[in-house]
Ligand binder design. Structure first.
Ligand code: PLP
Length: 395
């Protein structure tokens, strides 16, 4: 009898998926911590704050009130109405509640949208540096990622003419992320207008705009949503969520806003995958949107102080270049001046020898850089950056 080999049972798509380098670094760090080492984590992509009290209280009330049943697939009516209000008041976007789909994190909104829109062979334009999960999802659905890079000399901003040159007959989707992870770039209205003009010239091109870091802005940077621009409402899926702004990563709650036929397609996909987002978390999210924002403002102030500290420290490290982020809580440090060691090898060495965890920029389409997260305490940032500098000097 031939023996059973589970490896031979796997679908080809499993081999197409590589382990996220972000998650790989997190796993290696956990292994070192479990082995008793003092590891400074500057690789973390989540707020180092707990969810504000009034949001947690709303969740407790929801449990006690018995909101423990399946919610509607596209989300609770009250939450969709609150999101529609938020989009109108804060982003200048006009969506009805039935044009909003509440999802299990922004990531689920991205997955639903890509499964609903993309076929094998379709091209997805991905300005780099990009959040690595976009690429993973594109590969999972069998589409092709067309990477359009920016360098540190571009200030990590992809010039529109470079985007234009990447658009072909097969282009179906352009993925924007503002404020950007890992670049910290916040797209200006004029930049979005130039991109919108490109998109309007291609009738089969759509846009996903991931705005999950929208509240984390520095030095007067202003948030703009491309869906608000002329002719873009029907072409853009705006993705957002509660993880970053409200420190709610573990609640797994996000949403997509899009014109009715698209929203229905996204909801249909969600019905197949999960049948809807967690009911308790949805009640908490209503409190997040409708309640006081002091805690959000406090967090942003703290990120701003840390950003100042990190930039000051980085400027003093020889061989390192960095552009001050306008938003989100990361800075990309260019370490390519040293030549030789590639960013993944450098991060592995810094973790093993100096016990500081950073994320290699190659994962984001920015080779020769490392991503430093300042969602970490001031003490950890000071010590982590000392270790980073010492590790670089020893290379
Ligand atoms: N979009 C970007 C740009 C992110 O950096 C992240 C998380 O790191 C997400 C989306 C995921 O958000 P969520 O926790 O809502 O799935």
């Amino acid at each position: 009898m031939p023996s059973f080999d589970p490896e031979r049972m796997f679908a080809a798509r499993l081999a197409r998926m590589t382990e996220s380098p972000i998650l790989a670094m997190a796993r290696k760090r956990r292994e070192l911590v479990a082995a008793g080492h003092d590891v400074i984590a500057l690789n973390i992509g989540e707020p180092d704050f707990d969810t504000p009290d009034h949001i947690r209280a709303a969740a407790k009330r929801a449990i006690d009130a018995g909101h423990t049943h399946y919610p509607p697939v596209a989300g609770l009516a009250e939450l969709r109405a609150a999101i529609a209000r938020k989009l109108r008041e804060e982003n200048g976007l006009d969506y009805a509640p039935d044009e909003i789909v509440v999802t299990g994190g922004a990531k689920q909104a991205l997955a639903n949208a890509m499964f609903a829109l993309l076929e094998k062979g379709d091209e997805v334009i991905l300005p780099a540096p990009y959040w690595v999960a976009y690429r993973g999802l594109v590969e999972l659905v069998g589409a092709t990622a067309v990477i359009v890079p920016a360098t540190i000399d571009d200030g990590w901003r992809v010039p529109p003419q470079r985007l234009a040159a990447a658009i072909t007959e097969k282009s179906r989707l352009l993925i924007l992320n503002t404020p950007g992870n890992p670049s910290g770039v916040v797209l200006k209205e004029s930049e979005l207008a130039a991109i919108a003009e490109l998109v309007r010239a291609h009738p089969r091109l759509m846009v996903i705009s991931d705005e999950i870091y929208e509240y984390i802005l520095f030095d007067g940077a202003r948030m703009h949503s491309i869906a608000a621009l002329n002719g873009m409402r029907e072409r853009v899926i705006t993705v957002n969520g509660f993880s970053k702004g409200f420190a709610m990563t573990g609640w797994r709650l996000g949403y997509a806003a899009a014109a009715r036929p698209l929203a229905a397609a996204i909801a249909k996909m969600q019905g197949a995958f999960t049948a809807g987002a967690n009911s308790i978390a949805q009640h908490a999210a209503i409190a997040a949107l409708e309640g006081p924002r002091d805690a959000v403002e406090d967090m942003v102030r703290t990120y701003a102080e840390r950003r100042r500290f990190v930039m000051q420290r980085l400027r003093a490290i020889e061989g390192v270049r960095a552009v001050a982020p306008e938003g989100a809580f990361y800075v990309l440090a260019d370490v390519s001046a040293d030549g030789g060691e590639d960013d993944a090898a450098l991060c592995d060495r810094l973790l093993a020898e100096r016990h500081v965890a950073l994320t290699p920029g190659g994962a984001f389409g920015a080779p020769g850089t490392v991503r430093i997260s300042f969602a970490a305490s001031r003490a950890d940032l000071a010590e982590g950056l000392n270790r980073f500098a010492a590790g670089l000097a020893a290379s």
